[in-house]
Design a protein around this ligand. Sequence first.
Ligand code: TXA
Ligand code: MG
Length: 322
Amino acid sequence: MIGIDLHFAALKLEAGKLVAVPTETVYGLAGNALNTKAIEEIFNVKNRPHFDPLILHIGNLNQIEQFTSVIPDTFYKLAEAFSPGPITYVLKKNQQISDLVTAGKETVAIRIPAHPMLQDLLSMVDFPLAAPSANPFGYVSPTTAQHVAAQLGDKISYIVDGGPCSIGIESTIIDLSKERPVLLRQGKVTKEEIQKIIPTVEVHQGASDTPDAPGMLKSHYAPDKPVYLGNIKKLMSKFANHRLGILSFQQEYDVDNSLQSIHYILSSTGDLNKAAHNLYQYLRELDHAPVDVILCEPVPEVGIGVAINDRLRKASYKRKPI
Ligand code: TXA
Ligand code: MG
């Protein structure tokens, strides 16, 4: 059921049920982070491997001490600049947080989301919400309540409809639990913005298929249809006999074959924030459209473009480069 009844959502969460919630990045599949059954249910509903830890969502900065054992100065500096907002901090955890949430790690990922409905909901319950993105594991993250309903609607109690997510891609994740801060996932908050506050920040290099580096999986955020990333003109000639789904950044491409093709432009004005906002919506639509392959191109590697290109690479990972 989709709706905007936050009291109902709070009651469900208190009863240990799962509720999908809007955030400014993507929709989350939320449960009481202190309730083991609710956490188990999140992994089941998402079909998520237990080695992949969850993000804890809290309402305000003061709550951070309840769930962490060491809080470095860098956390407060970054939080002052970017929280509430699209950034997640990995910190040393304390006993409050079960191994199930953190996949047995000594650290916990925590975010203070800015979406006003989620802020309200967090103020109505007296526990943090564990919430991964509300999609089946490995698939494209949902950016509307309808996306969640289409995939998980029959498995969860309630979906809070907060409208389309303004940013549209997942939060930036920074690991502050080690001596040197490491950027684990890029998002709306960019490396350059973080460097202004922490000049020594490093970007996590490489991806892996192992549990040692959760969130760094090579293939992720992927539609069911094959996705190819590269020069769209070259890809078009390679797939001339196919029904083409084309996802370009700014430009329109003429398709000169007799087969059907469907074309989405991420932002005709070249606005990278708009492109991020549209990315998952368009990938989903192409996945459900009568096309055989999805062809896409990198966007300019600046600002949030870095995060968009990361998601496109992961969506296309299984396909050989052409
Ligand atoms: O924008 C977002 O972050 C959204 C919204 C709902 O908040 N959430 C989200 O959650 O994208 P999820 O679970 O789809 O992605 C969280 C990533 C996972 O790749 C996980 O491996 C990583 O965060 N992660 C969680 N805890 C971690 C930890 N202690 N150390 C390293 N990575 C961690
Ligand atoms: Mg996810």
